[in-house]
Write a protein that binds this ligand. Structure first.
Ligand SMILES: [Zn+2]
Length: 334
């Protein structure tokens, strides 16, 4: 492989996996669990790269599953071999729970055949601003319930060919995404002529893991869940780079309100035009509308979390923010 191809490959395929992830479509078939964990963490104000998310969730890639499960005598039954590999690849719920605990957050699991119980559980936690990672599509895929817009559920889905953000009504969520057929009756509701004693005829099992960050939270969405969702829906650039912006912002702003603190929104309100002027002056080659759009993105992310700065340190914050902002523009535009 020539150095040129290697470097193009590195920049386009490998580097993005090491940078802070945004709300993205999964880059391969096996990382829906890791992406869902990364997406839920972003909602709670924590950034990580796709690679870190995979490591935290112990996601098993197809090649790793192959190495683990392959034996020469399996070649006689390729279909069975395929099944063994498919079963071993992906992310196990136990490892998602483990990854949540490792963040010092509290995982709460729900596993029920009763529809109203499943929805009640989800509604209660979404109302409190806690994301729920759910097992969807007959337990073959993971996605995240982020919150509700009036009565509809907002699902963040990294699935290839899916919109990352979409809304579901109560029924379409249960029927199209959040379901797993009962293993006992396989969705018929009956077993040997009687009502299935595992699911009691409901046919579908619903499994979800809530992330309750408890007190171990640096930046908490809480009542801003709605703001974040509204900022993100339909804005694909913002979705993809959300982690990037957040990563820069958390270097500059504080997560806690202290004496003399002002919200980050004040900072943007007071200094947006000055930053725009200064940065456009120094960076020839980036147009003013581009600078304005990027600044708007930073502001949207900053206003989605409770981030603060000390008014007495405005000059320092301004210098730090401008440095981060210019660094990003140079990297991405020049
Ligand atoms: Zn059943």
């Amino acid at each position: 492989m020539s150095a040129h191809i290697w470097s193009a490959n590195y920049k386009e395929r490998i580097l993005p996996l090491l940078e802070p992830m945004g709300f993205i479509t999964q880059p391969d078939w096996t990382s829906c669990g890791a992406c869902s964990f990364g997406h839920a963490s972003l909602l709670l104000g924590e950034t990580m790269s796709h690679d870190q998310a995979q490591k935290r969730c112990r996601t098993v890639s197809i090649p790793a599953a192959f190495r683990r499960k392959f034996a020469v005598n399996h070649l006689r039954n390729p279909r069975q071999l395929y099944q063994r590999i498919a079963d071993a690849a992906g992310t196990d719920p136990g490892w998602i729970v483990w990854a949540i605990k490792n963040m010092n957050w509290n995982p709460i699991e729900c596993n029920t055949f009763v529809e109203t119980e499943a929805l009640g559980f989800v509604d209660h936690h979404l109302d409190n601003g806690h994301p729920v990672i759910i097992s969807v599509d007959d337990a073959t895929h993971w996605a995240v319930l982020a919150g509700k817009i009036s009565k509809d559920y907002v699902l963040i889905d990294s699935g290839i060919g899916q919109q990352v953000f979409s809304t579901y009504t109560r029924n379409s969520l249960l029927e199209r995404r959040w379901y797993a057929l009962c293993d006992n009756c396989e969705g018929t509701g009956f077993r040997e002529g009687t009502i299935c004693d595992a699911c009691l005829g409901s046919c579908y099992e619903r499994y979800g893991i809530v992330i309750d960050p408890g007190n171990h939270l640096s930046r908490h969405l809480q009542s801003n869940a709605r703001t974040i969702i509204e900022a993100l829906m339909g804005n694909h650039l913002l979705q993809e780079y959300w982690g990037y912006y957040l990563d820069d912002l958390t270097d500059v702003f504080d997560a806690h309100h202290g004496a003399g603190s002002a919200p980050a929104s004040d900072f943007f309100e007071n200094h947006e035009e000055d930053i725009l002027e200064a940065v456009s002056y120094w960076l020839i080659g980036v147009t003013k509308p581009e600078v304005r759009r990027e600044l708007k993105h930073y502001r949207a992310v900053a206003e989605s979390y409770p981030l603060y700065y000390r008014s007495a340190e405005t000059a320092r914050v301004l210098a730090h923010f401008q440095a981060a902002f210019m660094g990003m523009l140079i990297e991405d535009y020049l």
